[in-house]
Design a protein around this ligand. Structure first.
Ligand SMILES: Cc1ncc(COP(=O)(O)O)c(C=O)c1O
Length: 458
């Protein structure tokens, strides 16, 4: 993200005024962490807020400021912060011990709940993160197909392991990101979002083990994916013996209880889950076709005389994650949480667009399901308006571009006005966000646009 011209900014002055304790902690953190942070997406110039506690749709920073939260635990908290039922399940599990070094009934009930909700989950293997789930997915796809190449969609994020490092937010030409061994970038075929012809042509060569994508688009729809692209990719992968992997780390149990695949009625071969699947504590899972999982099975591989794929992970299916995951999945299914958050998303996007119209700014709020994105019009096109904006008509460069300084100033101004956005800018919505949060957010957005005008940013 281009650095914003932050000097002489009323927004910056107000932010600093409101968050002195965060500033002090950040200064200290810079002596310990690179850039003072522990996850790239938490970067905010000049520093981000330090949070002390959170409840439902809200959180409070170390200076006592209250925020409507749209980070949502990086999308993990569909049920909001500190859900009482998930919390009780975690407390009960903690009282029995955090790690048995043995199988336990909780992992079985958790996996069975995933199988109930997601019909493609013939088999399940737990991991400790989404990154590990996509790594395992690629390895199983390679062993099942005997091929090495992987197809990915530019800008789609699948965690930070080596095979996912190029073409997500840099190296869109397919060249290698730094720190990778030679050969990884060369074994990755990158296609543009929605470019089904290129995907079909690459798949027809018959040497691609797996195609992986975020089914609603990168960053859960910032660069959107159409149902037609998903259907076309399903068809072309099946025709060419390529595994189709849905990365439902964010969309799983959010778009619908059965994920994006449940909503669109498309059955992938393998699905990576994390975030909501483990109820807001660290965890992940790979699920999918039984034949792809044969390589993990001691007996099947021995009988067939084929090499077994190794898979370990100290915290896989630990009892705390299992309890939290089972409680969260059970609750979201029983309470209509996905539908509620999706409806709130609809109302919030409409409210933000009303504020954009009112301010006469050539921006647009967009998104699908319980996610929203704010297009800050990096090319400065005069014809952008909420009424005509179509993200499918924009290239990924434009959608990801963010007007220089605008996204950053917007986030700071929203913080000043009591709302915490992600850096897209935008956010994920929980089932606990309601009318009070929408009203507060839209008001904060209108005030933030005024502050940006006063800062000369708009
Ligand atoms: C779509 C997607 N896939 C994979 C991951 C990686 O998951 P984790 O952070 O649990 O490793 C993320 C994380 O944000 C994600 O959004």
């Amino acid at each position: 993200m281009p650095e914003a011209p932050l000097s002489n900014s009323g927004i910056l002055a107000a932010y600093r005024d409101k968050t002195p304790t965060s500033a002090k902690l950040f200064e200290e953190a810079c002596r310990t962490f690179p850039s003072g942070i522990t996850h790239d997406s938490r970067r905010l110039e000049p520093y981000g807020i330090y949070v002390e506690r959170a409840q439902g749709p809200r959180k409070w920073d170390v200076d006592g400021n209250e925020y409507v939260d749209y980070f949502g635990g990086h999308g993990a908290l569909l049920l909001g912060h500190n859900d009482p039922d998930v919390g009780a399940a975690i407390s009960d599990a903690l009282a029995c011990g955090t790690h048995f070094g043995a199988s336990h009934a909780g992992e079985l009930r958790w996996a069975q709940k995933i199988q109930d909700l997601v019909p493609s989950a013939e088999k399940v293997r737990f991991t400790s993160s989404g990154t590990e789930a996509t790594l395992l997915a690629l390895r199983l796809a390679r062993t099942a197909t005997g091929r090495t190449k992987i197809m990915r969609v530019r800008t789609h994020f699948h965690g930070w392991h080596d095979h996912m490092a190029s073409g997500q937010n840099s190296h869109f030409d397919g060249s290698s990101a730094i720190g990778l061994v030679p050969g990884i970038a060369e074994s990755t075929v990158l296609v543009d979002p929605e470019d089904l012809d290129s995907a079909r042509a690459a798949l027809a060569k018959g040497d691609i083990a797996a195609a992986i994508l975020e089914p609603t688009g990168s960053s859960t729809g910032m660069v959107p994916t159409s149902p037609a692209f998903l259907e076309g990719l399903r068809e072309a992968t099946a025709e060419n013996g390529t595994a189709l992997i849905f990365d439902e780390v964010v969309t799983g149990f959010r778009v619908s209880p059965g994920g994006a695949q449940g909503h669109y009625g498309i059955r992938p071969d393998l699905t990576a889950f994390a975030k909501i699947v483990s109820g807001g504590v660290p965890g992940g899972a790979l699920a999918g076709r039984a034949d792809f999982f044969e390589r993990l099975d001691f007996d099947i591989t021995r009988e067939k005389g084929i090499e077994k794929v190794g898979h370990q992970g100290t915290y896989n299916a630990n009892p705390v994650a299992a309890a939290a995951g089972l409680a969260a999945l059970t609750k979201l299914e029983a309470t209509g949480a996905c539908e509620r958050a999706n409806a709130t998303g609809e109302r919030l996007r409409a409210g933000l667009n009303d504020a954009i119209r009112e301010a006469g700014v050539p921006w647009a709020a967009y998104g699908t399901f319980s996610v929203f994105h704010i297009f800050t019009n990096p090319a400065g096109r005069a014809d952008v308006s909420p009424d005509s904006f179509d993200p499918f008509a924009c290239g990924y460069e434009e959608l990801r571009g963010n007007a220089p300084g605008a996204a950053q100033k917007l986030r700071l101004a929203m913080n000043v006005n009591g709302v915490d956005l992600t850096g897209w800018p935008g956010g994920t919505i929980s089932a606990t966000h309601g009318d009070a949060e929408i009203d507060a957010t839209v008001e904060a957005f209108a005030r933030s646009l005024d502050m940006m005008k006063a800062d000369g940013e708009l």
